[in-house]
Write a protein that binds this ligand. Structure first.
Ligand code: DAH
Length: 335
């Protein structure tokens, strides 16, 4: 019996060493078969139990079983380790190597300016609205109290689609004022960034397509003072404290009174202009309110339209509008 127990210990020891030395899953499997398979060494010992005297069998049997369980456990643990090893990539990435610079894209300068303006207005409680670029003359002109003989409607100024002349590429974002007011009751506080189209030939300051941001505020008792305060707040946020704004009387058929906004900053002066026109605005004309079904005796409001390119040119000191549309990465990478 002492002999048997000694053999058992040696066997356990050998098994442990072989398990530790197995460096692949197939070799480990061979070790498992060698010791625990149906013809394995430990299994063999169990079979020999019968040859021992009856009274010794329980104690020896217990020992063999303990070894069997221990070896089985070690085999399983080793298998887990080897499985993790096997799952590792063959050519692992070395994260300590120096990185290669990848050029990521960035927002177009016009998008950056638009987002900054929108952010300022959002802080004042304005929501963003949108409308179609292919418009009809009702939303673009008629509902905005723009008479049939207004030059903006001229075929020289506007891109009409088809022959009937009702569909056109919107000449301004003001058409969205009508769409929004028709779709909901006052009060309203919206900004509408978007692309607009005019029959301009491209030169340093004009392009047949450009971007505007429209604003509309309708409530009870809204005044020109609200308009000036709001516009000043946004421009100072956008272009700096030193910006000066000037409101000049003007004419738009959808506002009364109408104003144009000029602004002046160290940058405009650098570009050789003390004042630069950037927006039209005014108090919403009572006839526009009537056209959308609002009672002009109850509601008042202001509206404006900024040219986004103008603002971007100012902000970044750009003197040719065409640079925005050429997609030259040498230009775009600067923003
Ligand atoms: N729609 C005008 C333009 O394109 C700008 C404008 C002027 C918008 C006055 C307005 C406004 O909302 O009230 O030049």
């Amino acid at each position: 019996m002492a002999e048997f127990v000694k053999d058992l210990e040696v066997l356990g020891q050998n098994a442990r060493e072989e398990i530790g030395a197995a460096s692949t899953l197939p070799t480990l499997q061979e070790v498992r078969v060698k010791y625990l398979g149906s013809k394995g060494k430990i299994t063999g010992l169990l079979k020999q139990l019968g040859s021992l005297p009856k009274e010794e069998r329980p104690a020896v049997g217990k020992q063999i079983n303990e070894i069997k369980i221990a070896v089985g456990q070690e085999l399983n643990e080793r298998r887990e380790v080897l499985e993790i090893e096997a799952a590792k990539p063959k050519n692992p990435i070395d994260f300590t190597l120096p990185g290669r610079c990848v050029k990521v894209g960035r927002m177009h300068p016009l998008t950056q300016v638009t987002e900054d303006i929108v952010r300022s207005f959002r802080r004042l409680g304005f929501a963003v609205a949108a409308g179609p670029e292919i418009e009809d003359d009702y939303h673009c002109f008629d509902a905005l109290n723009t008479p049939a003989d207004h030059p903006a409607r001229d075929i020289q100024d506007t891109f009409y689609l088809g022959t009937e002349g009702r569909q056109l590429l919107r000449t301004h974002t003001s058409s969205v004022q009508i769409r929004v007011m028709k779709s909901q009751p006052p009060p309203i506080r919206i900004v509408v960034p978007g692309r607009v189209y005019r029959r301009d030939t491209a030169d340093a300051t004009h392009n047949p397509t450009f971007h505007q941001i429209e604003g509309l505020y309708v409530d009870r008792g809204v005044t020109v003072g609200d308009l000036k305060g709001t516009v000043e707040f946004v421009f100072k946020e956008l272009l700096g404290r030193e910006v000066k704004l000037r409101f000049r009387p003007h004419y738009f058929s959808y506002t009364e009174p109408s104003l144009e906004i000029d602004f002046s900053s160290p940058l405009t002066c650098k570009l050789g202009k003390e004042w630069l026109e950037i927006a039209g605005c005014g108090m919403v004309h009572p006839r526009v309110f009537e056209n959308v079904g609002y009672d002009p005796d109850v509601w008042s409001g202001w509206a404006f339209g900024f040219g986004i390119e103008r603002i971007a040119m100012m902000r970044y000191g750009i003197n040719d509008i065409r640079l925005f549309y050429e997609n030259d990465s040498r230009f775009l990478n600067q923003f």
